[in-house]
Design a protein around this ligand. Structure first.
Ligand SMILES: Cc1cc2nc3c(=O)[nH]c(=O)nc-3n(C[C@H](O)[C@H](O)[C@H](O)COP(=O)(O)OP(=O)(O)OC[C@H]3O[C@@H](n4cnc5c(N)ncnc54)[C@H](O)[C@@H]3O)c2cc1C
Length: 476
């Protein structure tokens, strides 16, 4: 390291992307410092994926208790204690956060508890002690924060996903605004934990950007579970009424709830970071614009993870952080491939998806074959539950390559992970068909689904329709 700098790398943000980048850069011999203004581990560990999935598990016991009767069980009276769950969750995320800290220390990274701002291409200020650090390279890994949507009267009464994890009491009645994956996941889990749930959203369906069939399938299952949807209806105002909040919707309807949660998207965390002042180019929502190697318009400043608004998922942030460190400190230039990334929506039923939606495939390929099935899983035969599994395989009709798979049902996320490998390897539908089933499973339908549901030949859409559809299918 040159004597002009205090560190080789200064990372702002100890979340998924920042921690990975710091550790890998340090493993290449770089002198690394990381600043975190909240809790080490970032969104995923503290108030995202991990605590959410723990709550999803908690919620699914409701189905297990109900289903068990058909299998001969008699379950005594059941009750759920929200505060116990919150406390158990807190214990686990504190444990994980401590592991993150230990791993950074073991890697020789210096960790600072402070907000950091950028004051020059090589200059960072730590607000906790007003120290200035000179860094050869600065990595912005500040993530994203809930976007609060339109400033309707009383909006300050609402919470976001940041607060929901630590509420002192489970809301008996909750209004969730937004039909993206976070809104949908919390609606599903709170409903199963016994809350009355209303979801209001701008559009006519949940999960914009996902395949149309799985959107409809999951929406119907959520309605069946007792969630009330207000489609194309957004709140006009919120008013405090005793301990409750009175909501007025755009159609004039009013009702009371105990909590309102805004799940109206997330925006990159660049506000007040000082980036614009030093010429780092940001896009319309404040995301740092980067090249495939995560380099910003200022050569010494890079950015990874949600703050770049490429694909806001933990494994993507980790991948980008790792690739950045390989590129800049490991002498191994590495660009992240953002195509074919499998993902899940942890509602109940679960949604798993990888590759192109049918609409995307029909825009990009001359001939598209679609295979679909919906069936009652074996477990439902004895449990008597109304659950169904839906599966859809989208295939390039010319090359026979599987372009996308979309599933709603138990373990759909687990299936999506493995299907992601097959799709990365360019598997054909013939290869799916040649694979022997694991019986009895739901996943076996993926290799026994021989009858084509539809074939779409070229020029299905004119350019206007195509553009409109692309807009509709944009990832949230
Ligand atoms: C409710 C919810 C559920 C989610 N579920 C999933 C899921 O199931 N699967 C999945 O893949 N993804 C999920 N995500 C998304 C995932 O959490 C993010 O994509 C991931 O955490 C992004 O990592 P990151 O490193 O970019 O940012 P983050 O993990 O957000 O880390 C950024 C860190 O920077 C800190 N910071 C910000 N500004 C400063 C500053 N100026 N100085 C110092 N520190 C600063 C923040 O406090 C934060 O700790 C979920 C997100 C939410 C909100």
């Amino acid at each position: 390291m040159s004597a002009d700098f205090d560190v080789d790398l200064f990372v702002i943000g100890a979340g998924s992307g920042g921690v990975r980048a710091a550790r890998i850069a340090a493993s290449y011999g770089a002198k690394v410092m990381v600043a975190e203004e909240y809790r080490i581990g970032g969104t995923c560990v503290i108030r995202g994926c991990v605590p959410k999935k723990l709550m999803v598990y908690a919620s699914r016991f409701a189905d297990a208790f109900a289903d068990s009767a058909g299998f001969g069980w008699t379950v005594g009276s059941i009750s759920f204690d929200w505060t116990k769950l919150v406390a158990a969750k807190e214990k686990e995320i504190s444990r994980l956060s401590a592991i993150y800290r230990t791993n950074l220390e073991k890697a020789g990274v210096t960790f600072v508890e402070s907000r950091a701002v950028v004051e020059g291409p090589h200059k960072v200020r730590l607000l906790a002690d007003n120290r200035t650090i000179k860094a050869r390279v600065i990595l912005i890994a500040t993530g994203a924060a809930p976007f609060l949507g339109p400033d309707v009267p009383g909006r300050e009464l609402a919470i976001t996903s940041n607060e929901i994890f630590d509420l002192a009491e489970q809301p008996k009645r909750i209004l969730i605004i937004g039909g993206g994956y976070i809104g949908v996941e919390f609606a599903a889990l709170l409903r199963r934990l016994g809350s009355e749930v209303i979801v209001a959203l701008r559009g006519e369906n949940i999960l914009r950007g996902f395949d149309e069939d799985v959107r409809c399938c999951l929406r119907d299952a959520l309605i069946e579970s007792g969630i009330a949807f207000k489609f194309a209806d957004m709140p006009k105002k919120f008013e405090k009424k005793g301990k409750a909040i009175e909501v007025t919707l755009s159609n004039g309807e009013t009702f009371e709830v105990d909590q309102v949660m805004l799940a109206t998207g997330r925006h990159p965390n660049t506000h007040g970071l000082g980036l614009e002042k030093i010429g780092v180019r940001l896009d319309g929502v404040g995301a740092v614009c980067v090249d495939p190697y995560s380099q910003s318009s200022v050569p010494s400043i890079y950015a990874v993870g949600d703050v770049t608004n490429r694909l806001a998922l933990t494994p993507v942030a980790i991948r980008e952080g790792h690739a950045f460190a390989d590129t800049v400190f490991g002498g191994k230039p590495m660009a992240v491939d953002h195509s074919g990334i499998p993902t899940a929506v942890f509602a109940t039923p679960e949604l798993g998806t990888v590759g192109l939606t049918e609409a995307e495939a029909r825009l990009k390929h001359a001939v598209v074959d679609v295979f679909k099935t919906q069936f009652r899983p074996l477990k439902a035969t004895l449990s008597g539950s109304a659950e169904k599994v839906f599966m859809k395989i989208v295939v390039d009709g010319e090359s026979d390559r599987v372009l996308g798979v979309h599933i709603v049902g138990d373990d759909a996320g687990e299936m999506a992970q493995l299907l992601g490998i097959a799709i990365k390897l360019g598997a054909t539908k013939a290869a799916f068909d040649a694979t022997v089933a694991v019986h009895p499973t739901s996943a076996e339908e993926l290799v026994t689904l021989h009858t084509r549901t539809a074939r779409y030949e070229q020029v299905m859409l004119d350019p206007g329709e195509a553009a409109a559809l692309m807009d509709e299918e944009r990832m949230p």
